[in-house]
Design a protein. Structure first.
Length: 265
């Protein structure tokens, strides 16, 4: 598929046969990050590079992609000292669902942000409450803070948080909070744990939610893979599940010279 696509866009554009597959991805990324052409991936890559890997690291923070929050799925969540969600609204996106998304996110995450293009800033300010942060991805591909978000773990809804978790994560959180996990048949376990979650204090729950998911969704094992890939593919490497046994194959493929890659077709 890669060879076919490269042929369709004109392989003459990559006449330097020393160029690699990774160079092609970087060049495509440069074109797509121009204001007016950006889609969700460009924003995801900006948050990954400038916040997750820029302000934090894979050793101290973790990132969740398409994480369930009530009736919505959060675009991107970073777990560090708190749980921070980033809802992406590119210049191609409508804001019609934003108010509902924010309402759902507040039930699960202590800090809620919307990251938008310059054309959306004014409209988003009119839609979201004052405790929601607004970030802008500028035309020069810089993230600027329009409005800081409030950190409000006390507002989360324990039952909604429970619905977002894997069963083993929910059990681990209960144990960390000193709550005994009920010994019941598997068919009854979900309902029994959900009932226990409804009685958990939100701030304590949020603290253990962050600690547990930083462990169970740990991205540190991907550090070596990310370091060997072009910047344009960092966000993909951290969001698309890949077996550890396939990491070396991906790195080799990305380093393949264009001449050899064209033979893939």
């Amino acid at each position: 598929m890669f060879a076919r696509l490269l042929q369709q866009v004109g392989s003459a554009s990559y006449s330097n046969r020393a160029s690699t597959v990774g160079d092609v991805f970087d060049r495509a990324f440069d074109v797509l990050q121009i204001a007016g052409r950006r889609d969700e991936y460009i924003y995801r890559a900006a948050v990954t590079k400038k916040i997750l890997l820029g302000k934090h690291s894979l050793r101290t923070a973790s990132m969740l992609n398409e994480f369930r929050a009530g009736s919505c799925k959060a675009d991107l969540v970073i777990l560090n000292g708190t749980a921070t969600v980033y809802e992406i609204k590119s210049e191609r996106d409508s804001l019609s669902r934003l108010a509902n998304q924010i309402d759902n996110y507040k039930r699960v995450f202590a800090t809620v942000n919307v990251i938008v293009g310059e054309s959306h800033v004014e409209s988003v300010q009119q839609v979201v409450p004052d405790d929601v942060g607004i970030l802008c991805l500028s035309r020069r591909y810089r993230i600027t803070m329009v409005r800081d978000a409030a950190d409000r773990p006390e507002r989360i809804c324990p039952e909604t948080v429970f619905a977002s978790l894997r069963s083993a994560e929910a059990a681990a959180i209960l144990k960390a909070l000193g709550v005994d996990v009920p010994v019941v048949p598997n068919t009854q376990l979900y309902g029994a744990m959900r009932e226990l979650f409804t009685h958990v204090e939100p701030v304590a729950l949020h603290r253990e939610f962050v600690r547990t998911l930083k462990r169970t969704r740990n991205l540190a094992p991907l550090s070596d893979l990310v370091d060997q890939l072009p910047v344009s593919l960092h966000a993909a490497a951290l969001s698309i599940p890949v077996r550890r046994a396939d990491h070396d194959r991906i790195v080799d493929a990305v380093r393949t010279p264009i001449g050899a890659a064209m033979a893939w077709g």
